[in-house]
Design a protein around this ligand. Structure first.
Ligand SMILES: Nc1nc2c(ncn2[C@@H]2O[C@H](COP(=O)(O)OP(=O)(O)O)[C@@H](O)[C@H]2O)c(=O)[nH]1
Ligand SMILES: [Mg+2]
Length: 463
C-alpha cells in the first residue's frame, strides 16, 4: 500500500485565495517533477519552497506555452521522509483557490502516476510510520472539527500527547509485571525472584485508580466534542418554544397558543464564550390520543434521557415546582427550574417564586441573562477546563477500552484477595496480556486492520 503515492486536496472546497494539494509516497518528488517546472531537482532540498508552473504531464516540456497544458502558477514545497506529516516523501502544491484549479492540479498529479487518497489516508500513513499514536490521530480529526475554542484547545493538547502520556504511565508498570511473569515462566529454576503478591495488588490498584481518573474525564470529552446538550421540558403551552427562540436568538421554533404545537424535537447550536450549547425544544408532556403528538412526546423523553442539562419549565403562579414528570429516567447532570411568563405575575407573586428558580418572560425578555449565567455556572461543574489542561479528550472508543480493561484489572485484583489461593504466574500473565491489549488499542500500540478502518473511515479525504 505504501508503494503507492497518493494525492488529495487538503483545503476545503469553495472559493478562497489559496488551495493546497498534497502528494505523499515514495514517488512524490518524481510525480511532482512530471507536472512542475522548473522541477524540484534531483536532490530536492527538503522544506524549501520553489515557485513555478504546474502543467498537465507530457505537455510540460514540449509544449510549455500551450494554454491547454498550463494549470496554474504554484509554489511547490517538498518535505522529505521522515520529516513530513506522513513520515513519507511529501510535496505540497500551493495553488490558487476555488473549486476548479485544485481539482485540475489533482488530475495532473493522477495522470503523472498518483492515485486519489482515501478518507484519512494521510493521517493513517502518519500513524503507520510512527509519527503519532492512534489517539493523537483522532485528535487531528477533533481539531479539524472543533466548533468551539475550548474544544480546539483540548484537541491540540491531546495531539501534543496529553492522553498518550497518561496511557504510557498506566501501561509501564503493567508491562513490567507482565515481562516479569513471562520471565518467571521461562526460567523455572528460580532465577527470576517471585513478585510479592502485595506488590502486585498495589500495582493493580494504582492502575485501576488511574483508569478511573481518566474515565472521570469522559463526560467532559463528550461535551467538548458534541457540545452541551440542553433540553427544554415542561407542560404544553408553558412557553418552551418561546424561551428556546430567546436563547438561540432566532424564531427557530413555532410558537402558538394551541397546545401541542411542537411535535418534533427542534435543535439549535449556540457558541458562547468559546463553548457550544445545543438547545433542544421539545413537545410538551401530556396525555393525548394524537398519534403524531405521542411520537413527539416519545422523542421528548428520549431527548431528556440524553440531556446534560434539563431546563424544567413551569408556568408562573404554578406551585408545582419539583413535581415534574418525564425526568424520572433522565441522566442529566443538572436540572434547572425555570418559571415562565413572569410578565403575568405581580411583584408580590414574583417574590414567592421558589428560591433557585429563574423567573423568565419571553414578552419583556427578562430572566434570559440570568438563565445564561446559570448555564455558564452549571458548565463549570463539568470540568471541561481540567480536560483541556490535561489534554485528555476521552471519546466513546477510549471509554469502552478503559472500562473493559478496568473490569479485567478488578477481576485480577479479586484473585489476590485470598492468600490461600493465589493465582499462578501463567493465569496472571494471560490476564495481564489481555488488559494490555485493550489499553494498547487506545494508543494503537496494538492494532488491527479493522480498528484502523473504524478510526480513519470517519476522517475526511485530504486529511
Ligand atoms: N405572556 C406571556 N406569554 C407567553 C410567554 N411565552 C410564551 N407565551 C405564549 O404562550 C403560548 C405558548 O407558547 P409556546 O412557546 O408555544 O409554548 P410551548 O407549547 O411550551 O412551546 C403562546 O401563545 C405564546 O405567545 C411569556 O413569557 N409571557
Ligand atoms: Mg412548543
Amino acid at each position: 500500500m505504501f508503494d503507492e503515492t497518493i494525492v488529495a486536496i487538503a483545503t476545503p472546497e469553495g472559493s478562497g485565495g489559496l488551495a493546497v494539494v498534497r502528494l505523499s509516497g515514495a514517488d512524490a518528488v518524481a510525480i511532482a517533477n512530471r507536472v512542475f517546472s522548473p522541477g524540484l531537482g534531483r536532490d530536492s532540498a527538503s522544506h524549501r519552497a520553489v515557485y513555478g508552473i504546474l502543467s498537465t504531464p507530457g505537455c510540460k516540456k514540449n509544449n510549455s506555452s500551450s494554454h491547454e497544458a498550463v494549470v496554474d502558477q504554484v509554489i511547490a514545497l517538498p518535505m522529505l521522509a521522515p520529516n513530513s506529516f506522513t513520515g513519507e516523501d511529501t510535496v505540497e502544491f500551493y495553488c490558487h483557490g476555488g473549486t476548479v484549479v485544485s481539482r485540475l492540479v489533482v488530475a495532473a498529479c493522477r495522470s503523472a502516476g498518483a492515485r486519489p487518497a482515501t478518507a484519512g489516508e494521510f493521517t493513517r500513513r502518519a500513524f503507520l510510520h510512527g509519527k503519532m499514536s492512534l489517539d493523537q490521530a483522532e485528535a487531528v480529526a477533533d481539531l479539524i472539527h472543533a466548533e468551539s475554542e475550548i474544544a480546539a484547545r483540548a484537541a491540540i493538547r491531546q495531539l501534543l500527547g496529553g492522553l498518550n502520556r497518561q496511557l504510557v504511565e498506566i501501561e509501564k508498570p503493567l508491562l513490567k509485571l507482565l515481562s516479569h511473569m513471562e520471565g518467571g515462566l521461562e526460567f523455572l529454576d528460580d532465577e527470576v525472584p517471585e513478585v510479592d503478591p502485595g506488590e502486585v495488588a498495589g500495582i493493580l490498584k494504582k492502575s485501576i485508580e488511574e483508569i478511573t481518573n481518566l474515565l472521570a474525564l469522559a463526560p467532559a470529552g463528550r461535551l467538548l466534542r458534541d457540545g452541551i446538550q440542553v433540553v427544554l421540558q415542561g407542560a404544553p403551552n408553558v412557553g418552551k418554544s418561546s424561551l428556546f427562540n430567546e436563547l438561540v436568538g432566532t424564531d427557530r421554533a413555532i410558537v402558538d397558543d394551541e397546545a401541542g404545537t411542537t411535535r418534533d424535537v427542534v435543535s439549535s447550536r449556540v457558541v458562547r464564550q468559546g463553548r457550544v450549547f445545543v438547545f433542544h425544544d421539545t413537545a410538551g408532556l401530556r396525555l393525548t390520543s394524537g398519534r403524531v403528538e405521542n411520537k413527539g412526546i416519545e422523542r421528548t423523553r428520549d431527548a431528556v434521557r440524553r440531556a446534560d442539562i434539563v431546563l424544567s419549565l413551569h408556568l408562573a403562579g404554578d406551585t408545582g415546582l419539583g413535581s415534574e414528570t418525564g425526568l424520572e429516567d433522565s441522566s442529566a447532570m443538572m436540572v434547572l427550574p425555570i418559571v415562565t411568563k413572569c410578565d403575568l405575575l405581580s411583584r408580590s407573586q414574583i417574590s414567592l417564586v421558589e428560591k433557585g428558580a429563574v423567573c423568565t418572560s419571553s414578552v419583556d425578555h427578562s430572566g434570559v441573562e440570568e438563565l445564561w449565567a446559570k448555564l455558564d455556572q452549571a458548565v463549570e461543574k463539568f470540568e471541561l477546563n481540567k480536560a483541556v489542561s490535561l489534554g485528555v479528550v476521552i471519546n466513546e472508543r477510549h471509554r469502552f477500552k478503559l472500562e473493559s480493561s478496568r473490569a479485567e484489572l478488578r477481576l485480577l485484583l479479586e484473585e489476590y484477595k485470598d492468600p490461600e489461593c493465589m493465582p499462578g504466574d501463567e493465569v496472571v500473565g494471560t490476564l495481564l496480556a489481555s488488559i494490555l491489549a485493550q489499553l494498547g488499542e487506545i494508543s494503537g500500540r496494538v492494532f488491527s486492520e479493522q480498528l484502523l478502518e473504524s478510526v480513519f473511515s470517519r476522517f475526511c479525504i485530504g486529511k
